[in-house]
Ligand binder design. Structure first.
Ligand SMILES: Nc1nc2c(ncn2[C@@H]2O[C@H](COP(=O)(O)OP(=O)(O)O)[C@@H](O)[C@H]2O)c(=O)[nH]1
Ligand SMILES: [Mg+2]
Ligand SMILES: [Zn+2]
Length: 306
């Protein structure tokens, strides 16, 4: 059996990069084309059930095995994104502007929670560093050291001059990467600084969730050195999607060092001895991280009451 990685899907035709670097176009066997619809809550704070189509067909990013010019089966996935529809994503390149739009720690934390929830690692890229003066940039770097200590790389670029872009190129090696970040953060400019003819599609994808049909659109991974880059960004406008308020603290991985001894503590109230609240108070947990947690928790709580 031939083994390879799906790098493109368009109308049921899979382009598979084989181990010998050849690319072949194949279909999937019939048993891999069935679909089922399940009622799911898309947002944990919405009581309204929406229908989601669960497909067992291979998708872009899958490691597949081919027999008689058909995909026979694929390896278990370590994760899968819905938008873009890509499996086995190694990292999200989270592009945040240093300025224009203003840097927001809350928004950064919100993106990170969503990424961790998908079982993916963020790589933070701060763009437009040329828009800050030296003092402002140093202050930002100082605050972001905290994120580096959490294990998330933080890179700094001026995509217009090319400063710092080599470090981003290195970060892409050997990985499947999807870009993410607010509109205007600098995703397209950054990717064009890396690959001049790259066409990063707009993130405004209309997807027919719950309407009982699925749009036929192309999903594509671009081969870059030994890695792959999705040509469509992931979530750009966000809420705390699909997160249960009781799992929220587990998505703040820096909180794990301060295991709270109270079983049902949500770490939001003034409970004497809550180690997370205390760590936030004495600065061991970055205060903006804790504020982000409180804000998200409150939103999830309010959503439940609706
Ligand atoms: N000065 C400066 N401007 C940038 C940089 N990166 C992006 N921009 C500008 O910011 C605006 C938004 O960038 P764009 O790449 O379209 O953002 P996207 O929506 O995330 O794809 C554009 O006007 C870019 O020229 C940068 O590193 N420095
Ligand atoms: Mg863009
Ligand atoms: Zn607690």
């Amino acid at each position: 059996m031939l083994k390879g990685r799906v790098i493109n899907l368009n109308g049921g035709i899979y382009k598979v990069l084989l181990e010998d670097s050849n690319i072949i176009s194949v279909k999937a066997r019939g048993k891999l084309r069935s679909e089922k619809q399940y009622a799911v809550n898309q947002k944990s704070y919405s009581k309204k059930a929406v229908l989601q189509t669960i497909k067992n067909s291979p998708k872009v990013g899958d490691i597949v095995y081919i027999e008689n010019d058909m995909i026979d089966h694929y390896e278990p996935r370590k994760n899968e994104l819905i938008r873009p529809d890509i499996a086995n994503v190694d990292q999200i390149l989270l592009v945040f502007a240093a300025k224009e739009p203003d840097f927001s720690f809350y928004l950064l934390d919100l993106f990170i929670v969503n990424i961790i929830k998908q079982n993916i690692k963020p790589c933070i890229v701060i763009s437009k560093i040329d828009k800050l003066n030296d003092n402002e940039l140093n202050d930002l770097k100082k605050s972001l050291e905290y994120y580096q200590n959490m294990g998330y790389p933080v890179l700094y670029v001026n995509s217009k001059s090319g400063e710092g872009v080599d470090k981003v190129k290195e970060a892409l090696d050997n990985k499947i990467t999807v870009l993410s970040g607010q509109t205007g953060a600098g995703k397209s400019t950054l990717i064009n600084a890396i690959i001049p003819d790259f066409n990063l599609k707009t993130s405004e994808i209309s997807f027919a969730l719950g309407r009982g049909k699925h749009t036929t659109r192309e999903t594509n991974l671009y081969i870059y050195n030994n890695g792959f880059i999705g040509d469509t960004p992931g979530f750009s406008k966000l809420d705390v999607l699909g997160v249960d308020k009781n799992e929220l603290s587990s998505l703040f991985i820096d909180f794990k060092d301060y295991s709270c001894r109270f079983k049902d503590c949500n770490h939001t109230e003034n409970i004497m001895g809550c180690s997370i609240k205390e760590a936030a108070k004495n600065g061991e947990i970055l205060s903006s991280r804790y504020d982000s947690y409180l804000k998200m928790y409150k939103q999830l709580l309010e959503g439940e009451k609706k």
